[in-house]
Design a protein around this ligand. Structure first.
Ligand SMILES: Nc1ncnc2c1ncn2[C@@H]1O[C@H](COP(=O)(O)OP(=O)(O)O)[C@@H](O)[C@H]1O
Ligand SMILES: O=C(CO)[C@@H](O)[C@H](O)COP(=O)(O)O
Length: 462
């Protein structure tokens, strides 16, 4: 019998990645990528075009499809289903004042976390709805439905019939109750200034539509939830994703309500939870370093690895485009410790160390919020391709890190969800876990200590 294939799609910040996967084994047979436009506000139609570019020719061969997408982005639609304005993405910090207003209206940070699982920040969709009300009243008035990026793509793939989402992505809107596992439509309406249509929340293995070729479409989910599915994340595992964002996430049986705001208490794609700490400044810290030094990623990594731990005194706080964890939406990057002996390699290594220290903050926050000690760190995302990141990570974290073999784990997770929807079984399919390489080295605690000092001393700078 010839193998049956499914398509898993990751519509993430910088690109759309599609994998054609053998439904029985989970083996990737084809991998495609198409770029997304730059910027923190993007026309959702561009994601549709990238999806078409990356995998339209595969659609007729597949038994099921599922779309995972970057979380939180506000896709505002009018009564005719037309896009009202470019989507404001998770990394657009313009709505930081509106996030503060909403926290006040909800009775402060802890009450906000108790209600929606997270303390409101600019990234969450609700803040963006309030921004629309405050800054573009005509667009706000025209908005009759709001979708997330993966909802919008799923809706279009199915011929614009029923609008749906899933619990994982819904939990990142800021108008979803993680305790009740339901939308809080009143909250969404209050944020926007009038009642707004929300998609139906589908169950984890539900079929929500059909492609033009008749293949079932699964509910889809947020990219971090799909990564957890793709990796087969277990309790005690922390997934560290270094893409545009830097994310530390873990699966949990119970919802988290962290009033400090460091950890957002999201749901996962299986009926459980996915608390995570997300920074705004992931792989772009490496990109910046490579650009300033006039080299490519490979040479940048080589330079970083040729400097000594501690980067000859260079210490970088990588909050380039504002930061979300900790919540410093107006912050910028800081470099300390430059001397007349600073070399290019020290700058390169200083940036890698700074990025990894911010990720260590995320891991520590996750441990504090969940009470679970990390047993294994799995490093994924574009930044995980850097040999310097892989080799310096154990020195900063004080434990070894596992780097799964090259693969697109968000897209693979979407593919796993597609098979789940296809079989309708109680659990997702059991696929052989990814093979990985362990990177280990002696801890260098002084790197994180100097970083933590700089982070604390710059509190209030922006
Ligand atoms: N070898 C590498 N070293 C460092 N960074 C890399 C490397 N390859 C890709 N990247 C970076 O990874 C990022 C893309 O990662 P990806 O996980 O696809 O992001 P996203 O999911 O946010 O779209 C880009 O910023 C890119 O510069
Ligand atoms: O905002 C979050 C998580 O809360 C981000 O993780 C986005 O989901 C974007 O992810 P990447 O495109 O960086 O993978």
């Amino acid at each position: 019998m010839s193998p049956q294939y499914v398509l898993g799609i990751d519509s993430s910040t910088q690109s759309c990645k599609s994998v054609l996967v053998d439904a029985e084994t989970g083996k990737i047979r084809d991998l495609r990528r198409a770029p997304h436009p730059d910027g923190t506000q993007v026309a959702p139609q561009a994601w549709r075009a990238a999806l078409t570019d990356s995998c339209d020719d595969l659609m007729s061969q597949v038994a099921a499809v599922s779309v995972a997408g970057q979380q939180h982005g506000m896709v505002a639609l009018d009564a005719a289903g037309e896009v009202v304005r470019p989507a404001m993405l998770w990394n657009d910090t313009s709505s930081a004042p509106q996030a503060r207003d909403l926290i006040d209206e909800m009775g402060g940070p802890q009450r906000c976390a108790d209600s929606i699982g997270s303390v409101m920040v600019a990234s969450l969709t609700a803040s963006k709805l309030r921004w629309l009300r405050d800054n573009e009243p005509k667009n706000a008035a025209r908005t009759s439905d709001v979708l997330l990026p993966h909802d919008y793509l799923t809706w279009h793939l199915g011929g614009c019939k029923e609008m749906t989402t899933d619990h994982g992505d819904a939990s990142g809107t800021g108008y979803y109750s993680t305790s009740e596992r339901a939308f809080l439509p009143g909250l969404a309406g209050r944020a926007l200034g009038h009642p707004v249509g929300l998609p139906r929340i589908a169950g984890p293995s539900e079929v929500v539509g059909e492609t033009v070729h008749g293949a079932p479409i699964a509910a889809g989910t947020g990219d971090n939830m799909a990564a957890a599915l793709g990796l087969g994340l277990r309790p005690g595992d922390v997934c560290l994703s270094i893409g545009t964002s830097g994310v530390a996430s873990a699966v949990a049986e119970h919802s988290v309500h962290d009033g400090s705001g460091m950890v957002t208490g999201f749901a996962d794609a299986t009926g459980r939870y996915l608390p995570l700490a997300c920074t705004l400044n992931g792989a772009r810290v490496l990109e910046l370093g490579a650009r300033l030094l006039g080299v490519d990623h490979e040479e940048f990594g080589r330079l970083a690895l040729s400097a000594k731990p501690g980067s000859n005194g260079v210490c970088a706080l990588p909050y380039l485009d504002g930061e979300r964890t900790p919540n410093r939406p107006d912050a910028n990057g800081v470099l300390r410790g430059l001397t007349s002996t600073t070399g290019r390699e020290d700058l390169a290594r200083g940036l890698v160390e700074g990025l990894l220290c911010s990720m260590r903050d995320a891991v520590l926050a996750l441990e504090a919020a969940t009470g679970v000690t990390t047993q294994r760190i799995l490093l994924i995302g574009g930044g995980a391709q850097s040999e310097a990141v892989r080799r310096i990570a154990p020195q900063v974290f004080g434990v070894g890190v596992d780097v799964p073999d090259a693969g697109e784990y968000v897209a693979l997770g979407a593919a796993r969800q597609a098979v789940w929807a296809l079989t309708g079984e109680a659990d997702p399919p059991e696929w052989k876990g990814a093979a990985f390489t362990t990177y280990d080295d002696a801890p260098q605690p002084q790197i994180y200590e100097r970083y933590a000092e700089l982070r604390d001393q710059t509190q209030g700078w922006g």
